[in-house]
Design a protein around this ligand. Sequence first.
Ligand SMILES: C[S@@+](CC[C@H](N)C(=O)[O-])C[C@H]1O[C@@H](n2cnc3c(N)ncnc32)[C@H](O)[C@@H]1O
Length: 245
Amino acid sequence: MGWIMMVMLSLLLWMAPPTWADTVASVGFEKAPIAYESLGYASDDGIGKRYLGREIANVIGHRGAYWLERSSRALEERPDLLIKALDLKPEMVVGDIGAGTGYFSAPMARRLDEGRVYAVDIQPEMLALMERYKAESGIENVELVLSTESDPKLPESVLDLALMVDAYHEFEYPYEMMQGIVTALKPGGLAVLAEYRGEDRLSTIKPHHKMSQRQAKKEMAAVGLDWVKTNESLPEQHLMFFQKP
Ligand SMILES: C[S@@+](CC[C@H](N)C(=O)[O-])C[C@H]1O[C@@H](n2cnc3c(N)ncnc32)[C@H](O)[C@@H]1O
């Protein structure tokens, strides 16, 4: 009887869907306790790699910098409302992760008289644009950080707030990046995500470049962050606040 059970159990295990170990092996990464899945194809705006049920979006290259700086953006996205909702204090240290051209780094830095901004990006060309703007405008309290796809390259426990505007959905290693960001946050510090509303079916934003609140909460819970609130004052984006315990 015992061996029949053993055979049945082996058969069941053999027929089971791919395990975490299989999936990790298929993408060749061994550290994440949460699996990445290789889809075997990539959507038009995705990279063919799935994390917690979401296909990761492709990165907006530096040739798209003009799009980040377009004049209509102020009306379309209301960055003024976004920054107001952050409730910045002059002494705060803020990480702008996936900073791009520094569209948010610069106005935040101006509000942080005694504090500073770490502007983090994986594209040196984006940081070069920010460097030029820094020099032209005389902003001194922005530190440029060239990160990698899986490491924000920030010191430990320095940030009061980590802002990610239209960036998190592009992280190729979201779990590892968020672990680095959580480590860089002070206890009680906030990770804030601005993401086009994934629930909005009428939105013209490409499907993998937006996120639902449900998905964002799931992914932040995976790195131990607690959801605090969502500000819905922006025209098309959720502004979601998560806290490091
Ligand atoms: C759509 S742009 C948004 C830029 C900026 N936050 C804004 O709102 O203007 C996303 C940026 O995230 C950067 N990015 C993507 N993956 C990253 C990662 N793992 N670490 C840091 N930056 C990343 C890209 O290089 C790009 O500059």
